[in-house]
Each structure stands twice: as structure tokens, then as C-alpha cells.
Ligand binder design. Sequence first.
Ligand SMILES: Cc1ncc(C[n+]2csc(CCOP(=O)(O)OP(=O)(O)O)c2C)c(N)n1
Ligand code: SF4
Ligand SMILES: [Mg+2]
Length: 276
Amino acid sequence: MNASTHPLRKYMRPHVTRTTTCPGCGIGTVSQAILRAVDRLKWDMDDCVFVAGIGCSAWIPTPLYNADTLHTTHGRPLAFATGVKVALPDKHVLVVSGDGDLSAIGGNHLIHAARRNIDITVVLVNNSIYGMTGGQAAPTTPKDTKTVTSPYGFTEHSFNLSELVKAAGASYVARWTTAHTVQLSNAIKAGMEKKGFSFIEAVSQCPVQYGRASGQRSARGMLKAYLENSISVKKAAKLSAETLAGKIVVGEFQNIDKTEFTDALADIRRIAQGGG
Ligand SMILES: Cc1ncc(C[n+]2csc(CCOP(=O)(O)OP(=O)(O)O)c2C)c(N)n1
Ligand code: SF4
Ligand SMILES: [Mg+2]
């Protein structure tokens, strides 16, 4: 490693020399926030298994990270990750994928993994759209947005994903944006340290597809808007839903201790084997 090599370069596959994302995309910021958390925890990448679905955001672990990675089918990373964690409970299992992948086609896996409280850390990149496939509306797309699949405006109400996963029972839930790089990485680190299901929603700019839909095509403008429109969980708790319209509530939504799924399975196995 020469003096100009980035300190996180050691966590990346040596052959990777450039990113496949569009200029200004927030995915680079999220991928760095994850590696910064790994670095601060002094985790060995050989002890980590990263699992992704399909989409632009799912391209974070593969090809970037020098660890075992599973690039799975659309919507199914949590099903694969559950299998990995149950078979290899000592591994750090992390899922990195998009809002469409994890909350549309993969929505059921998300709520049930949270309900079971399996020790998996999920980093969901929420860019409010299906980015990779050309800008179709997702369950996270704000109402009335004109997308390629809603040319007259999206008629549906959108999910509040952090509230959804909190209600489903996850041990740890936090939301930050790519304009809050330090807080985002701190939350990912806290989620990685937490025993149980942890969910970090990274609100991230897609200046190309969501930019086309929202009319805001500048990454800088999107990041500025994230900062201007963010409000803490604590402050938001005192405000009405009407006042919060258009705001991004950021911070820790949940941090609780409860029985973890693979520990509960180990207890059952002991009982079944006559261990009492
Ligand atoms: C079963 C199946 N249905 C649909 C697709 C097409 N598809 C691939 S990625 C994607 C959406 C990805 O959106 P998101 O998860 O938000 O990722 P982003 O590209 O925005 O990061 C869709 C619909 C697919 N690959 N497989
Ligand atoms: S389409 Fe959007 S999410 Fe995908 S790489 Fe480009 S800017 Fe990023
Ligand atoms: Mg998306």
C-alpha cells in the first residue's frame, strides 16, 4: 500500500479499479460508510458474509468488497442471508440492497426477518425508485411523483420503512441520509454491534432516475435538500403528520434487547437432543 492509497482500499477486491454507478450517485457514500464501520470494529472481512439482491444498490458488496458475497435473486437476499446465518451463526451476516428489492418484491422477507429478530444487519439504500431498471415507481416513491410507470403521478401512499421494520420487531432501526456521512456510518456500526436484527435505512440520491422523476437532477441539490429537510426522531415525535410531510425523520428509531433467532434455535436443538 503506497502513501496515496485510501485507508479502506484494503477491504476492496484488488481487481476493482472503478465504480459502475452513475456520476453523483449516493451508492459510493453508502459503500464507504459500511467499510468505515467494519474498519472501526476491526472486523476481519473473512468473518463477514455480504448478501445482496438485484439493483444498483445490490452492486455494493459484489464486486467491491473483498469478502464472501452472495449476489442473489431479486427480493430474496434476506432468505439467503437467513440460511447463511442459521448454518454459520458465528459469521457476521450483512444484507446490502435497494428499497425496491427489500421492500417491494422482498417485503415479506423483510418483515419476517425483523419479527424473528435474526442477527443480520441490513443496510437498505433508499433512493425512492427502481434505479437500475429505468425509474419505475417503488413502494417508497412519494405520492404524486411522475415516473415512467406513473406518468400522471403515482397514486399510492409510500412506506415509512424504518417505522415498518420497527413495528415488525427489529432490535435496532436507524435512518440517515448520504448527507449525514458520519451519523450513517455510526448507525451502521451500532447495528453491526447489536445482537439481533438491525436495519439501517440510508436515504440516498439517484440523480439519474429519481432525478428525472423529481425534476432535481443535481446530486449536490439533492444532498442540500436532505440536510434542509431532515428532522431528528426526537423533534419529530412532537409534531403532527401534516407538519412532517416532506420531512426526512433521521436518527435511531429503535434500540432494544430481545431474544435472537439463532440463539433460540440452539436452545431448541439442545432440548430436542435431551439436554433439557
Ligand atoms: C423476479 C424479478 N422481477 C423483476 C426484476 C427486475 N428488477 C431488477 S432490479 C429491480 C428494481 C431494483 O430497485 P431497487 O431495489 O430500489 O434498487 P436500485 O436500482 O434503485 O438501487 C427490478 C424491478 C428482476 N430482476 N427479477
Ligand atoms: S441509476 Fe440511480 S441508483 Fe443507479 S447508479 Fe445511476 S444514479 Fe445510482
Ligand atoms: Mg431503489
